[in-house]
Design a protein around this ligand. Structure first.
Ligand SMILES: *[C@@H]1O[C@H](CO)[C@@H](O)[C@H](O)[C@H]1NC(C)=O
Ligand SMILES: *[C@@H]1O[C@H](CO)[C@@H](O)[C@H](O)[C@H]1NC(C)=O
Ligand SMILES: [Zn+2]
Length: 539
């Protein structure tokens, strides 16, 4: 009996083998590939590679101290998000798409970082912000404190020995300026990493703390820290959303939306008063026209809050009243550039993450391209010789780029392939999230017949039903350009990032490229490698 069964199994296996490679279908149905004609010649790829080598050989790396550091953070910008966004970029330009490159993908150095947190296999934006801005891994949900502080432990977070400094503080200590630009609430987890020391990312205003029986005298909420504590009150540029967390709950903001603060404090007014008391020029703005005006007057301190909550998605933005991330970034750089010693600027494309959580793939990709446009503008404004630009993500997401579609196939559309029951599936779908559809008699529904199919609010399909799609535990990429960019190569802990940036900028408590005894040794090392390399090339 057993041997009969074995024979049967072997027979089945044989049948599989005859059908060629069952893992990789030879010819997905309906294939009509749009091959770029030049690519059919070997010379195309050989030349492409040779040009890439020539470009690498011409590459120089500034070994100066980086005067300016701009860190771009694509919240939730996973590696599949990069591949899909660049394909969309190419397809919007009427090309096949896969061959396109986003601006930051042309940066000379690429690395990978491990994003887990001290107590979490899969990270959130709070513990990762502590890692990539303060250089220490913290507990899930905690910001600006080490892992000795558990989430929501107000008392533990009061211990200054458990606070960690952000790279913005290192820059300020060196006499440079610092600023933040984000598309999220200015008190959201990622930007809070620049200035807050808090046991829970949800303590953006007073009420969530008080609900747990804590008080803001002992544990100030994130908005309070931004306006009144070091280094929040030293930031020269603060641009983002989230007016509600700075305004009393009995006050309406400029767009008639209520504040959230039950302690009745108006932190926007308190920010203005603080600047008046210090006798410094300042401007509070809340719409695009005012931003463009501020761009010409450039007050010393600029606070811009463009929404009650997060900024709108770029594709749903009112382009008259709401600025782009590129415009915000440009004004921030112009403003901070007035300090001759240089600056640290944090820029977040924060809503890639939100769109992924809602399985809204087109919005996630468009937000990625918007951040890339801001990177391109920054790269245009700042010299490679003295300005370091780093682009990375905090954590991954569970969007999959899957199937076997032909070259140039619509990245936002269904795969050329179909499932075992002949039902279409999407090239971009998710492991989990709100886009779950019940199966009918064991069959997936045909999502392409849904009323809002491919509209901006259409949720791609998922395997596991969840209210909100989850982050992923896989590594994220780091792109670097400017002085000491090659320090960012390799695979390493996310918490190394601010140390590497500080090294290149010659700030912070650790090793530095360009000042002090260690640094002299290090630059001599780098310079000798350069001399050695030029010797080899000249020969
Ligand atoms: C602003 O949006 C309107 C309406 O969608 C569009 O017609 C116009 O071209 C946009 N302007 C810019 C500068 O993008
Ligand atoms: C800001 O001002 C500069 C200098 O006048 C100008 O070149 C730039 O286009 C302005 N940027 C924005 C976003 O208005
Ligand atoms: Zn998230």
């Amino acid at each position: 009996m057993r041997s009969l069964l074995l024979l049967f199994v072997l027979h089945l296996l044989g049948a599989w083998c005859v059908r060629a490679d069952r893992y990789h279908p030879a010819s997905p149905a309906g294939r009509a590939a749009a091959i770029n004609h030049a690519e059919t010649e070997s010379a195309f790829w050989i030349n492409e590679a040779q040009e890439a080598i020539a470009k690498r050989l011409k590459r120089t790396e500034s070994v100066k101290k980086a005067r300016n550091v701009v860190m771009f953070l694509g919240d939730g910008m996973s590696v599949p998000t990069l591949a899909a966004a660049r394909t969309l970029l190419g397809q919007r330009r009427h090309a096949t798409g896969e061959e396109a490159r986003m601006h930051f993908e042309t940066f000379p150095t690429v690395g990978m970082v491990k994003t887990y947190c001290a107590d979490a296999q899969i990270a959130d934006s709070a513990c990762t912000a502590t890692a990539y801005l303060c250089g220490v891994k913290s507990a899930y949900g905690a910001i600006g404190v080490n892992a000795g502080v558990k989430r929501r432990d107000c008392e533990a977070s009061r211990d200054g020995a458990r606070h960690v400094q952000s790279i913005a503080e290192w820059a300020l200590a060196d006499g440079r300026d610092a600023g933040i630009v984000t598309t999220t609430r200015i008190t959201h987890a990622s930007p809070a990493g620049v200035y807050a020391k808090v046991a829970d990312r949800n303590w953006e205003y007073n009420q969530p703390l008080e609900d747990l029986g804590f008080d803001t005298e002992r544990c100030p909420d994130i908005a309070l820290q931004l306006i009144h504590k070091h280094p929040g009150n030293k930031l020269k540029v603060i641009l983002g959303g989230g007016r509600r967390n700075l305004l009393p709950d009995d006050v309406l903001d400029e767009e008639d939306m209520p504040g959230f603060r039950t302690d009745k404090r108006n932190l926007i007014n308190e920010w203005k008063q603080d600047k008046i008391d210090r006798g410094v020029s300042h401007g509070y703005i809340w719409n695009r026209d005012q931003l463009l005006e501020a761009n010409s007057t450039l007050p010393e301190y600029l606070l811009g809050l463009f929404e009650n909550n997060h900024l709108q998605y770029n594709m749903q933005r009112n382009n008259k009243t709401e600025p782009t991330l590129t415009e915000l970034t440009e004004v921030a750089i112009r403003s901070l550039s007035r300090n001759e010693k240089g600056f640290f600027l944090f820029v977040e494309g924060g809503r890639i993450d939100h769109a992924h959580h809602d399985n809204l793939v087109e919005l996630a990709l468009d937000e990625t391209l918007e951040m890339d446009a801001a990177v391109a503008r920054a790269a245009e404004m700042l010299s490679e010789d003295d300005s370091l630009i780093v682009v990375t993500a905090d954590h991954s997401h569970v969007m999959a780029f899957n199937g076997y579609s032909e070259r140039g196939h619509d990245i936002l559309g269904p795969s050329t392939d179909v499932d075992e029951h002949g039902k279409p599936y999407m090239t971009l779908s998710y492991t989990n999230g709100p886009g779950f559809r019940s199966h009918v008699n064991g069959n997936r529904p045909d999502v392409t017949t849904e009323d809002n199919f491919l509209k901006l609010d259409w949720e791609s399909h998922v395997d596991v039903p969840l209210d909100s799609e989850t982050h992923g535990g896989d590594d994220v990429a780091v792109f670097a350009r400017g002085p000491h960019h090659s320090m960012f190569t390799g695979l390493y802990e996310q918490s190394q990032l601010p140390h590497l940036m500080a090294y290149a900028a010659g700030i912070g408590p650790g090793l530095s490229c360009c000042s002090g005894a260690n640094a002299v040794g290090a630059s001599v090392g780098v310079i000798s490698i350069f001399i050695l390399l030029s010797f080899i090339f000249i020969r």
